[in-house]
Design a binder for this molecule. Structure first.
Ligand code: C5P
Length: 271
């Protein structure tokens, strides 16, 4: 029986915030892509419930209390009434509070893994419903395609079968963190772009990509060091530098071998 499940990170190749909604969320339109940077989850049937984690990235103090793996496990249990004890070990490699979707991906991977381990008690639409309860980014990570155009609060997923592949670097400032709700609180819809998201999507699919992120100006206001970092990354010679999601990681495109910058962790990845 399979016991190890990979949980990928994502980038938002463009991110439009269209409007603030009455329920407190924002309507967005974004092109999400999985990347080859993974956490891994080891899940086995056990005599009693156990949960442990190791960090191969920089830890965050309150990770243990707010991690989404246990929330996803608990939601699976209350929905299916399958309460078999489980031993779960999470290995974290995706940087936290980076806009890379690590927590959301862990939640989706937990749902998929438990559904597989217990012989598929939940339908695709039930899984989608549970994923929406766990967070706006979680449904994307249920999808089997690497690429998806996401709308609504993030949960309306249009899988894209055509592939976009190129190498890039994720640059994560090691000591700068931003929480998603804080960035949304400070964002102004349409601040970085007013371009029709369908045109942005077409620009990426035709190989002439426009990288814009309406959350980026708010993140840079909240942490001015991020504006300095973006300038430094461009000065190193990268052609394009854009924030992913609510930050603080940037993705950097350009032909630079082994980039180095004080206080920044670089991850060579590809879409
Ligand atoms: O859905 P999730 O729990 O990840 O969202 C965290 C917070 O981010 C929300 O409570 C909301 O403040 C903000 N958010 C938003 N619009 C979205 C997604 C998240 O305003 N589309």
């Amino acid at each position: 029986m399979k016991t190890t499940f990979l949980s990928p990170a994502k980038l938002n190749l463009f991110f439009r915030v269209l409007s603030k909604r009455r329920d407190g969320y924002h309507d967005i339109a974004s092109l999400y892509s999985k990347i080859n940077l993974y956490d891994s989850l080891n899940i086995e049937l056990s005599k009693k419930d156990e949960f442990s984690f190791t960090f191969e990235t920089r830890p965050e103090a309150d990770f243990a209390s707010n991690n989404l793996v246990l929330k996803a496990r608990n939601l699976f249990r209350t929905t299916t009434q399958i309460n078999t004890p489980l031993s779960i070990h999470l290995t974290k490699r995706i940087p936290l509070q980076a806009g890379l979707g690590g927590g959301s991906s862990n939640a989706a991977t937990t749902l998929l893994a438990l559904n597989e381990l217990f012989n598929f008690p939940l339908t695709t639409s039930q899984l989608h419903h549970l994923a929406c309860t766990l967070g706006s980014d979680v449904p994307f990570f249920l999808s089997s395609s690497n690429l998806a155009y996401c709308r609504g609060r993030g949960e309306i997923i249009e899988e894209i079968s055509s592939s976009i592949t190129y190498p890039l670097y994720v640059a994560k400032p090691s000591a700068l963190f931003l929480s998603t709700p804080t960035v949304y609180q400070h964002c102004i819809p349409g601040e970085a772009s007013s371009q029709d998201p369908k045109e942005l999507l077409a620009s990426h699919l035709s190989g002439q990509p426009h990288y814009v992120n309406d959350l980026e100006p708010a993140a840079l206001r909240l942490l001015p060091e991020l504006a300095t970092l973006k300038r430094d990354l461009l000065a190193m010679g990268f052609d394009q530098v854009a924030m992913t999601g609510s930050g603080t990681a940037f993705f950097c495109i350009g032909n630079i071998a082994s980039p180095e910058l004080r206080g920044v962790d670089f991850y060579p990845v590809h879409l």
